[in-house]
Design a binder for this molecule. Sequence first.
Ligand SMILES: *Cc1c(COP(=O)(O)O)cnc(C)c1O
Length: 362
Amino acid sequence: MYSAWFEVNIAQFHKNLAAIRSRIGTARFCCVVKANAYGHGLIPIAQEAERFGVDYLAVYHVHEGVTLRKAGISLPILVLGAFQETQLDHLIQLNLEFVISSSFKAKIAAQRALELGAICSVHVEIDTGMRRTGVRSENAQALIDLVQNNPRFHLKGVFSHFVSAENLNDSITLYQLEEFLSLKQKVGGNCLWHLANSGGVVHYPDSHLDLVRPGLLCYGVSSQNSIPEIEPILSLKAKISYFKVVRAGEGISYGHLHRTVQQTRIVTVPVGYGDGYRRDFSNKMSVLIRGKRHKIVGAVCMDQFMVDIGNEEAYVGEEVVLFGKQEKEELSFVEMADAANTDPREILVHFNERIPRIYSKN
Ligand SMILES: *Cc1c(COP(=O)(O)O)cnc(C)c1O
C-alpha cells in the first residue's frame, strides 16, 4: 500500500543479539537504542530487545528514556547524556539510570533525590580519551568515593568510551583500555565496569568486563564483516513511479548535474532527502532493479530521484531496493557511507519518520 517503505527484519535482529551474547561470556548486554534505535524505530526495537533478554538499554536523551518507560519497557535504562537540573524529576521518578561526571552534578542530583525521598541509580563516567564528558582518571577515585558515600546514590557502574575501537590493534584503544583497567584495579568495588562499544565487542575481548554497550553491531552493520552471523536488519524499498526515454545530451534534475551521453531510459524513484535519503548520493549511489545495479543520475530531490537503466526494462510499479538485498545483489550501508564520505551510523540516523517502517518477524 506504500510507494516507499522500510523493512526491519526482526528475526535477524534476534540473531544479531544472539551472536553478540555468545561472544561476551558472562558480561551483561546493554543494547544501545539512542537516536531512534539508529533509525530502526525506538519502541519496536526496544521491545524486541527486551523480549530477547538483553540486560540493559541505553539512550542519550532523557526524553528517549521517558518514551521507553511510557511504552512499558521495564529493563534498566541508562541515559548517557549529561542531565540538566530540570530533568532530574523525570530521571528519578521513572527509575532511569543516569551519568554523574562531576561533583557539581552529584551535588544537585543528591539534593533533588533527598527532596523526593528517592535513591538514584547512577554511573560515573571516566574520560580516557574522548575529551567529551566524564572526569579524568586521576580525579575518578574522588568522584566515585563521593557517590559511594552518599546514601542518595546507588552506584551502578563506572564507564568510559572508546575513541577508535573499530580498528584492530589500535594504539589509542589499547591505551584507553589500559588506563581503564588500572583504574578498575585501583578502585575495585562491586559495580558494573563498562567500556566496550561495537568495536570493543568485536575486536577487544579484554574490554568486555562486566557489561558491553554495542549499538551499530546490534543492527548488523560492521565494517569488516567480522562476525559472520551478523547481518543488517534494515532495507529500504520503493516502487518505480515514472518511466521515460531521455534523448542524448539532455540534463537531468535540479541544476542539470547529469547530462545524458546517448538516448537512455530513466525511471523515477519516490524517495528523497526529505525522507533522509541524502543528497550526497546524487550521481553516486546505485539502486537495485531486477537484481541489477543502476546508477542515480542527477541531484536527489526532496521527494524523488532518477535512475538510468540504460537499455534494460523496468515498469512503473516494479520494486526498487535502495539498500538491502535483491536477488543476488546487495547494497550495504558501508558502501553508502563511503559514497557520502561519512559513517554508516549517520546514514542510518538520517532517516526520519516519513517513510513507514514495517517489522517482519520471519
Ligand atoms: C553511542 C554509544 C555507544 C554505542 O556505540 P557503537 O559504536 O554504535 O556500538 C556506546 N557507548 C556510548 C557512551 C555511546 O555514546
